[in-house]
Design a protein around this ligand. Structure first.
Ligand SMILES: Nc1nc2c(ncn2[C@@H]2O[C@H](COP(=O)(O)OP(=O)(O)OP(=O)(O)O)[C@@H](O)[C@H]2O)c(=O)[nH]1
Ligand SMILES: [Zn+2]
Length: 294
């Protein structure tokens, strides 16, 4: 029995890396299918090796967190990527990912790209004010590249963001050896995009970290992401925390109530209007979820 880290899953094969960075190709034991759990990338697993060196995943060790789309486990950091423009930042999408991260107990940070095209000041101000770490980069100059590298050191991290924001371009910059296909290249090759993507964690030796470039999503996909109950949503907006116990009514939804301390903080400029807008929209979404759908 050997313990390892699942770094890649493709077509029913699992690639498990040992502590000495040897990678074993494995199948999963049938019992997982019956139990409706299957190993996902990021899992710490135990494998058994046969005489030919082929492995079988026997045990999935307890996960500290997991996300569904793409399937990944044990993330230390979710790096939410947005460009200043082209495409325009979608605050609702960013806030939804931030909320999901908080809900799952994964530390979120914001990475702003394409700062060569437009000033990142406003978006940086909003998210710093809301209590997040914000990093700015572009492909022309370093920006906060060094800071991002330090942040990644020793961690397992996923990058997520709307299609075209520049995730692959940034990851290529971070680790040229990864040579992920950027839009330009795949167009040149005339390949359809999003066709051959699989889930994989890339090890960056220099930083002793693992990164996953998750396929770009369109806002349409978002509705199918993990759901947050409306009662839990308030705890997924970190800047609301100082006010939650001061609302006049217990069970306050922080959307319309008189005597709501969150709304008061919003009026006083302590909470960003766009953040509260996203909260209200997510609250409405959460209200639509019926118990039986969970
Ligand atoms: N001006 C400018 N263009 C950039 C920057 N970063 C990326 N781009 C361009 O934006 C386009 C999309 O970049 P990608 O890196 O493929 O974006 P992605 O987020 O990986 O997209 P998906 O693979 O669809 O998720 C490409 O044409 C890049 O050349 C930047 O900092 N500045
Ligand atoms: Zn309230």
């Amino acid at each position: 029995m050997l313990e390892g880290f699942l770094v890649k899953a493709i077509g029913g094969f699992y690639y498990v890396e040992s502590s000495s960075h040897v990678i074993y190709e494995c199948r999963a034991r049938g019992v997982f299918r019956k139990k409706e759990v299957s190993p996902v990338v990021g899992d710490h697993v135990e494998i058994e090796l046969d005489a030919q060196g082929k492995g079988t995943v026997c045990t999935i060790l307890p996960r500290k967190n997991s996300i569904l789309r793409p399937p990944l486990a044990n993330l230390d950091l979710l790096c939410i990527v947005s460009s200043v423009c082209d495409p325009q930042p979608n605050f609702f999408v960013i806030d939804k990912f931030l909320a999901m991260s908080e809900h799952k107990g994964i530390e979120p940070v914001l990475l702003i790209t394409k700062s060569d095209l437009q000033s990142p000041e406003e978006i940086r101000r909003i998210y710093r004010h809301a209590g997040f770490r914000v990093f700015v980069v572009n492909t022309m100059e370093d920006g906060d590249l060094t800071e991002v590298k330090e942040l990644l050191r020793g961690k397992v991290c996923a990058f997520t963001g709307n299609t075209g924001v520049g995730k692959s371009s940034f990851l290529n910059r971070l680790a040229p050896q990864l040579a992920l296909k950027t839009a330009n290249i795949s167009q040149k090759l005339g390949r359809g995009r999003h066709t051959t993507r699989h889930v994989e964690l890339f090890r960056l030796e220099e930083l002793d970290c693992y990164v996953a470039d998750t396929p770009g999503f369109s806002t349409m996909d978002l509705a199918r992401y993990d759901v947050i109950l409306k009662e839990d949503l308030q705890y997924c907006f970190r800047e609301f925390a100082p006010y939650l116990s001061d609302c006049r009514f217990t069970g306050c939804s922080h959307t319309v109530e008189k005597g709501c301390a969150v709304l008061k903080a919003l009026d006083e400029g302590k909470i960003e209007p766009s953040r509260h807008e996203s909260y209200k929209a997510l609250y409405e979404e959460a209200k639509q979820i019926k118990e039986w759908e969970l």
